[in-house]
Design a protein around this ligand. Sequence first.
Ligand code: PGA
Length: 266
Amino acid sequence: MRTPIIAGNWKMNMTIAEGVALVEALTGALQGVTGAEAVVCPPFTLLKPIADALAGGGIKLGAQDMCWEAKGAYTGQISATMLKDVCCTYVILGHSERRGRFGSIPADWDDDLLLAFGDNDTVVNRKVKAALAAGLIPIMCCGETLDERERGITDEVVASQIRAGLNDLSATQVAGMVIAYEPVWAIGTGKVCDPTEGNRVIGIIRATVRALLGDAAADAVRIQYGGSATPDNIAEIMAQPEIDGALVGGASLKPAFAVMVKTAAG
Ligand code: PGA
């Protein structure tokens, strides 16, 4: 039995005061709720104050990215050890926005600017390994762009991201991880993927893990859906047998995020 997990990806939003107020509201609303795990993933600058505000409660803390190196001359980077140091349990890795794969790219961005968001599968695999080595749980993201979906290559794209991202990992390591299937065209667009189609692709992801690492890993790994998940559609998403939770962007910035956790808890 896989415990559902609802994670809020705050992206580049919130001041310290706003973030602390939000987690205080969430903590109050989720008193006594068991049966689903709740995670918030604030920007780096908020991690310590949010960790302090969450201390002793049931909501877990995650980061949105990290470097694969442990320490050294990597200006602007944050290591897995630093994330552990501020009490992170989870870290989102390989989000489509970190890979430079945006559902809608701002009009004045050209390819040169997109290079600033250049994670590829090799980078994601290194980050996943470094996170696991430090005792963090990766939430590894995958998903196809609109162009890839229209070309009919969704299943191949997603399976290939999974094989590359999990390269050289053990069944035990993958069993403890979280994977997020996020169709790029559904992120921040209000266009939720039909839950039955999300369920189908997540079935492909689980089959890919099964082929790579066997039944125990495939049956244990939790796979979330992400992309315009809201309090209004979470029940239908959670009703799908392959879907173990949601990675939530926009709707995680409001106290109603607690409703999503409660719905997942059943
Ligand atoms: P969204 O973002 O819920 O705002 O679509 C999801 C995500 O990018 O994780």
